[in-house]
Ligand binder design. Structure first.
Ligand SMILES: Nc1ncnc2c1ncn2[C@@H]1O[C@H](COP(=O)(O)OP(=O)(O)O)[C@@H](O)[C@H]1O
Ligand SMILES: Nc1ccn([C@@H]2O[C@H](COP(=O)(O)O)[C@@H](O)[C@H]2O)c(=O)n1
Length: 418
């Protein structure tokens, strides 16, 4: 039998069927050690379940929001570009706080040299919050386009920013307002020496922003430096990560990208770990998860349903073991072309073990050559090691981690069973 067919057979074993649910005693489902929950299971309506499932499937995932702050010309945009480049397989959008600079009034425009663009009041933070709120909600937004040459927003054009997996919000004062900070899952401060920043700013503002050297120096001494000391530097304490030398610090950027990937992987583990197999959620599995999460479940029912879930995980896992073709002769003398597992399952780590789990595992593994079953109990070193390697909410699903080199299976069980 080709490997695919074997997998398909195992897949079918954990596919969408209700045999594991304990329906009423008149049904053909396995008999129940306790009927306490039977009535609630009986009222399990496929149509209600279907709408609940589709609601869950269509449920909007919260994007991962990263705030990037730092002094002017510290390299914030450069760092953001590097992160975006490295996260090429995810949808990432960049929102610049600069886009939310208020347009100047005619009077302010006349005396622009007296205007403090580095004070928090120079930004329309309410509008920024509204845009970020929509993006977090999965809606696309029109972000204003700001022109540094004439200190105005373009009145007609906007930049359309689509909902994404990752939103990066960059700007000198993005850590200043607590409401903006609270939107962020990760805060990065780009820390570059003041003299380097000033040199870059002179070059950039004269080349790109239509200024002359004198006006840059004047603005820097009068507003930029004092505001950095008063508002930007004090907000550094909110940062989770400080990157010295900005875009030159490849190690820091690599580490940050790795962290973001891990966080995103909580939604899509298979993108990070090629050896992770996530069992497809079915009504049967969700129904049983619902039952065992119910605080009113009786102990016999809990044991029954958790045992059933464990069996599904284990059976699914066994489908990934290597096998060879094997012929056997049946009692009637005919030849049956079958398969035989060709390597030993040398270790199975169960994140939380209990007698019923051990029993279920041993029962499922009957007929398979098992070298050793390792059961890690609470506090075990092995368990710690497994946890260190995995994102926090991985246990929300049934996951089987197979290491093809060691042929070791890790069966992770739902969080409430830890
Ligand atoms: N590591 C670097 N080495 C040399 N120039 C840099 C470096 N990082 C940024 N720059 C330059 O400095 C200027 C400001 O960088 P930018 O990333 O736009 O900073 P910010 O967004 O903090 O204002 C740009 O002209 C950019 O090309
Ligand atoms: N019309 C404007 C608006 C802002 N600035 C300066 O921009 C700096 C912030 O942008 P960075 O890319 O350097 O982070 C800020 O320090 C303002 O002084 C300006 O000069 N003119």
């Amino acid at each position: 039998m080709p490997e695919k067919s074997m997998d398909n057979a195992m897949e079918a074993a954990s596919g969408a069927h209700f045999s594991g649910l304990r329906l009423s005693s008149s049904s053909s489902a396995p008999s129940s050690p306790s009927s306490a929950k039977a009535s609630s299971v009986r009222s399990f309506s496929p149509s209600a379940a279907a709408s609940a499932a589709s609601a869950a499937a269509g449920a909007h995932r919260q994007p991962f929001v990263i705030g990037v702050s730092g002094g002017t010309a510290s390299g914030k945009t450069t760092v953001c570009d590097m992160i975006i480049q490295q996260l090429h397989d995810h949808r990432v959008v960049l929102v610049n706080q600069d886009s939310f600079y208020r347009g100047l009034t005619a009077e302010e425009s006349e005396r622009v040299q007296d205007y403090n663009f580095d004070h928090p009041d120079a930004f329309d933070t309410e509008q920024l919050l509204e845009c970020m709120g929509k993006l977090k909600d999965g809606q696309s937004v029109n972000v204003p386009i700001y022109d540094f040459k004439n200190h105005r927003r373009c009145s007609e054009s906007f930049r359309k920013v689509n909902a994404s997996d990752v939103i990066i919000l960059e700007g000198i004062l993005v850590f200043h307002d607590q409401r903006v900070r609270d939107l962020m899952d990760m805060k990065i401060f780009v820390d570059t020496d003041a003299d380097i920043r000033l040199a870059r700013r002179i070059r950039r503002d004269t080349v790109e922003r239509g200024r002359d050297v004198n006006s840059v120096l004047e603005q820097y001494g009068r507003f930029v430096k004092p505001a950095f000391d008063d508002f930007v530097l004090p907000s550094k304490k909110y940062a989770d990560v400080i990157i010295p030398r900005g875009g030159d610090n490849h190690v820091a950027i690599d580490l940050i990208v790795q962290h973001i990937r891990t966080k995103l992987g909580q939604h899509d583990l298979c993108k990070i770990y090629s050896t992770v197999f996530v069992i497809q959620s079915t009504f049967q599995i969700r129904g049983m998860h619902t039952l065992i999460r119910d605080r009113d479940i009786t102990t016999p029912d809990f044991v029954f349903y958790s045992d059933r879930l464990i069996r599904l995980v284990v059976e699914h896992g066994l489908g990934h073991l290597p096998f060879t073709e094997k012929q056997v002769v049946t009692p009637t003398g005919s030849v049956y072309m079958g398969v035989d597992f060709c390597k030993k399952l040398c270790g199975v780590s169960i994140v939380r073990s209990g007698e019923s789990m051990e029993n279920a595992l041993r029962a499922c593994c009957k007929g398979i050559k098992i070298g050793k079953i390792l059961i890690h109990r609470d506090g075990d070193k092995g368990k710690q090691l497994i946890y260190q390697k995995l994102p926090n909410d991985i246990a929300e699903r049934h996951v089987l981690l197979l290491d093809p080199v060691l042929a070791t299976g890790y069966f992770l069980l739902p969080s409430n069973m830890r």
